[in-house]
Design a protein around this ligand. Structure first.
Ligand SMILES: Nc1ncnc2c1ncn2[C@@H]1O[C@H](COP(=O)(O)OP(=O)(O)OP(=O)(O)O)[C@@H](O)[C@H]1O
Length: 227
């Protein structure tokens, strides 16, 4: 494991009006590791994920990606970072309904300026990798929830990001489909070397992580999982 964390939150505070979502959360994520964020509903897991990904700016404390403080970057630099180095998988509604599954997976590459043909070639590789090549020409509304999540994982990985942020990625799936999505996600990131920040309620899902971190009252409690 590298000495320097890839991503580090240091004493992060975040409030929504009167609600104190994060109250001094500190977390380090190293290259290639899968960190599972667990904890009760409302404890601050998603807020921490959003701060780590540069989607929300902390009221106090800092988030660093490598040697860069996200708060010191311009909005366009942060957007470029999110497009180029980060990938996202959420629980619902992340695929563009008007596009086919192949077009959805190719989209991040097209937005980054990759030519159509090359973007679709890479999309096909990732759809195959996630075992959903057969739905390439279908729209998200025409595929099952599990297939849709595997397409979403393919889309998150197609740019070969350094960090994947996954917020309850299997929360809407039955346990069998959830397991399949997780197994494919984990084997794909082991291959690409991406780190994963995985928010989940479920112990079974957290067990896919290298490390489990418990968020409680906007702070971190951490314990190592047996490998
Ligand atoms: N956009 C928002 N506006 C107002 N309050 C918010 C907002 N987002 C989160 N909160 C509040 O901040 C606190 C932390 O929320 P957060 O979503 O980070 O928790 P969580 O641990 O991810 O919860 P869950 O497991 O239920 O998704 C909660 O009290 C929540 O109600």
């Amino acid at each position: 494991m590298a000495d320097q964390p890839l991503l580090a939150a240091d004493d992060v505070h975040l409030s929504f009006g009167e609600t104190r979502a994060l109250q001094g959360a500190s977390l380090q994520v190293y290259a290639g590791e899968i960190v599972a964020l667990m904890g009760p509903s409302g404890s601050g897991k998603s807020s921490l994920l959003h701060c780590l990904a540069g989607i929300l700016a902390p009221d106090a404390g800092s988030v660093r990606y490598g040697d860069r403080d996200l708060a010191q970057m311009t909005d366009s630099c942060r957007s470029a970072l999110r497009r180029g180095e980060f990938g996202f998988v959420f629980q619902f509604g992340q695929l563009v309904p008007e596009l086919t599954c192949a077009e959805n997976v190719a989209l991040p590459l097209r937005l980054a300026g990759t030519r159509r043909r090359e973007a679709h070639r890479k999309a096909a590789v990732w759809l195959e990798r996630l075992e959903v090549a057969d739905v390439a020409g279908k729209r998200p509304g025409q595929v099952s929830g599990g297939q849709g999540q595997r397409v979403a994982v393919a889309r998150a990985l197609v740019t070969r990001p350094k960090v994947i942020f996954a917020d309850e990625p299997t929360g809407a799936l039955d346990s069998l489909n959830g397991e399949l999505v997780l197994k494919l996600l984990v084997s794909a990131v082991r291959e690409t070397g991406a780190a994963v920040v995985l928010v989940t309620h479920e112990v079974r899902v957290a067990a896919y992580g290298d490390r489990e971190v418990v968020v409680r009252d906007g702070r971190i409690r951490e314990r190592e999982l047996a490998r």
